[in-house]
Design a binder for this molecule. Structure first.
Ligand SMILES: Cc1cc2nc3c(=O)[nH]c(=O)nc-3n(C[C@H](O)[C@H](O)[C@H](O)COP(=O)(O)OP(=O)(O)OC[C@H]3O[C@@H](n4cnc5c(N)ncnc54)[C@H](O)[C@@H]3O)c2cc1C
Length: 394
């Protein structure tokens, strides 16, 4: 829709094809129904891609303040929740309405509930072969067969998103189109997703379901300070989701359960003060009681009073509290993940126009491309920025 707006504003004739009944299904369910539509600090460092430089061009030309201005122009109230994350005060429907009305003003047509069939690259009249941009400037270059009949167009923009949440219409069509045109794909994986674990940990997390803890989580050298949330499936919450973006099967995650605190000094001070409490009871001063209990069940079962606990044992336990190492079995999967990491290899695309280098007129934008943002409004900012970039040229 964002690409359609900008192409339409340039006087292009635009048709949006979508098999869904509803426009912007993911926007409607995003941000807990309030759509975290951008992030004030969105920049290339907030994205994961095989080529971390690729997103720079589009992100620097369509910045968060430009989207925020549109939101203001439409009178949509919003607020910063935390960490630069901007949410609607009311329903995410307001963002869909913004996009729909801008599309309509720009003259873009919607063809919803439309199934996409074969996509054919048309040979320009009088041109034998090759990827050259030959033929008349207005001659169509693609034919898309649809359940409503064929459509021919000079440019084809693929904005089919990722694989997450199939029940609201996510499919792998974009990847299939890329493969059909011989483009490389970067391996895809469910990301911004919760972690699952082996039985022992799963049972523990299940018993703690609903509890959350402020922590610093680290995965493959990337650290985030946010909450983890214990669930029936494993670990979720913003910290776990962020870590999942950087996680590959077999990798450990390390969690500092007491960021900014030094539990060893805490216990030594308690010792000096003559405390006769158990480690379990004292730990409950630092962490939610249920969680402190569980950690002690796992790693510190002693019920001796503090004076009888050796410093060595305390030190080892505190080291665990500062660097709790877990090896997830996997992530929950596309039924819950917010995004798909990987996708169309950026080597195939121009970073300025998102056009496929070897297929003039074919563009891939948004989540289908191998550019995946952190949790916090970054993925929408990429969708807007890449859509805007393609919208300038199609
Ligand atoms: C639960 C959830 C919450 C999220 N919250 C946020 C958030 O708050 N902030 C944020 O930045 N990001 C959020 N995201 C991520 C964000 O929604 C996506 O990154 C973004 O929507 C991608 O935009 P897109 O245009 O590339 O694809 P999409 O928004 O997924 O749009 C793809 C469109 O293609 C259509 N389509 C797919 N397959 C076919 C087919 N075979 N035929 C025809 N049409 C097809 C779909 O119906 C859909 O309309 C969230 C994601 C989820 C799942």
């Amino acid at each position: 829709m964002f690409c359609a707006i900008h192409a339409g504003r340039r006087g292009r004739s635009v048709t949006l094809l979508d098999h869904s009944k509803k426009l912007g299904g993911k926007i409607l369910i995003s941000g807990g129904g309030r759509c975290n539509f951008t992030n004030l600090g969105a920049g290339p460092a907030n994205y994961v891609s095989r080529n971390p430089h690729f997103c720079k061009s589009a992100l620097s030309r369509f910045t968060p303040d430009l989207f925020i201005q549109m939101v203001r122009d439409h009178g949509i109230p919003f607020h910063e929740k935390k960490l630069g994350q901007l949410f609607c005060d009311g329903s995410a429907q307001a963002i869909v309405d913004l996009l729909r009305s801008e599309c309509e003003q720009a003259g873009a047509r919607f063809e919803l509930e439309t199934q996409i069939g074969a996509i054919t690259r048309l040979e320009p009249a009088g041109v034998s072969s090759g990827a050259g941009d030959a033929g008349s400037v207005s001659a169509p270059r693609f034919r898309v067969d649809t359940s409503r009949g064929p459509i021919e167009a000079r440019s084809l923009v693929v904005a089919t998103g990722g694989l997450s949440i199939p029940k609201i219409g996510a499919t792998g069509l974009g990847y299939e189109i890329a493969e059909k045109f011989g483009l490389k794909l970067v391996t895809r994986a469910a990301a911004l997703d919760g972690f699952t674990f082996e039985d022992r940990e799963t049972q523990m997390f299940r018993d703690l379901a609903g509890a959350s803890v402020d922590c610093v989580i680290e995965c493959n050298g990337v650290r985030f300070r946010e909450n983890i949330l214990f669930t029936h499936a494993g670990l979720s919450g913003p910290a776990a989701l962020q870590a999942s973006l950087h996680w590959n099967p077999g990798d450990p995650i390390t969690i500092d359960l007491l960021p900014g605190a030094d539990p060893f000094s805490f216990f030594l001070n308690k010792k000096k003060q003559g405390s006769r409490s158990t480690v379990r009871n004292l730990l409950a001063e630092l962490l939610p009681t249920r969680f402190a209990d569980k950690l002690c069940d796992l790693d510190f079962q002693s019920s001796l009073p503090l004076p009888q606990v050796s410093e060595k044992a305390l030190e080892a336990f505190c080291a665990k509290l500062k660097a709790w190492k877990l090896v997830p079995r996997g992530t929950v999967g596309y039924s819950k993940a917010e995004v798909t990491r990987g996708g169309v290899d950026t080597d195939e695309l121009s970073s300025k126009t998102l056009e496929v280098r070897k297929v003039p007129g074919l563009h891939f934008i948004g989540e289908v491309v191998d550019v995946t943002g952190w949790l916090g409004g970054y993925n929408f900012q990429w969708a807007w920025a890449s859509g805007w970039a393609a919208g300038q040229v199609v």
